[in-house]
Design a protein around this ligand. Structure first.
Ligand code: HEM
Length: 144
């Protein structure tokens, strides 16, 4: 692997780590937000959710995507026939759907329209962990 490729991969991993920090914490905020009865407390969560989404989650998703797609283009001839990569990309598609659904919840909460229960958010919060396990095993072990 060339040094240039390894630089791209480093920034890809940096983006992914930051993206997951937000993917783990934003749904936690939804849990606490839902359990907060007073308006002042809820308004504080709205600011935290909006900032976490805009300052960390969306930019790091874009960084992961840009550097990931860059590697895909550079190594396409080898990647096209790799089963693990296609399954990884399917996992990434689910993760992007999850990301956008989180953005939608942020907007609904900002308008005081909470679409879900605290119990829902507790289960919802586990989804990124499962995708992380799947994707990391796929890219490191490359089982097929
Ligand atoms: C956003 C869309 C993504 C694309 C297009 C993408 C694409 C890629 C590509 C092409 C590689 C290089 C693989 C190789 O050289 O063998 C790679 C490496 C890697 N990706 Fe992604 N990826 C994406 C998202 C993710 C996500 C969400 C995670 C974590 C859950 C992740 C974790 C990794 C890791 C850890 C590596 C380094 C593997 C290694 O060489 O040891 N990627 N990615």
């Amino acid at each position: 692997m060339s040094t240039g490729y390894l630089w791209i991969k480093s920034f890809h991993i940096i983006g992914v780590v930051c993206w997951f920090a937000a993917l783990f914490y934003l749904p936690r905020l939804f849990i606490y937000h839902t359990g907060t009865p007073d308006q002042a407390g809820q308004d504080r969560f709205k600011v935290m959710e909006a900032k976490l989404y805009r300052v960390i989650m969306r930019p790091s998703m874009i960084i992961s995507l840009v550097f990931g797609i860059w590697m895909l283009i550079l190594g396409w001839s080898a990647f096209a026939s790799s089963g693990w990569l296609w399954l990884k990309l399917a996992g990434v598609a689910v993760l992007l759907g999850y990301h956008h659904y989180c953005a939608r919840i942020v907007r609904r909460l900002a308008a005081d329209q909470n679409p879900h229960s605290e119990k829902f958010y507790r289960v919802f919060n586990e989804v990124p962990a499962l995708l992380l396990i799947l994707i990391v095993i796929l890219v490191v072990v490359k089982p097929f």
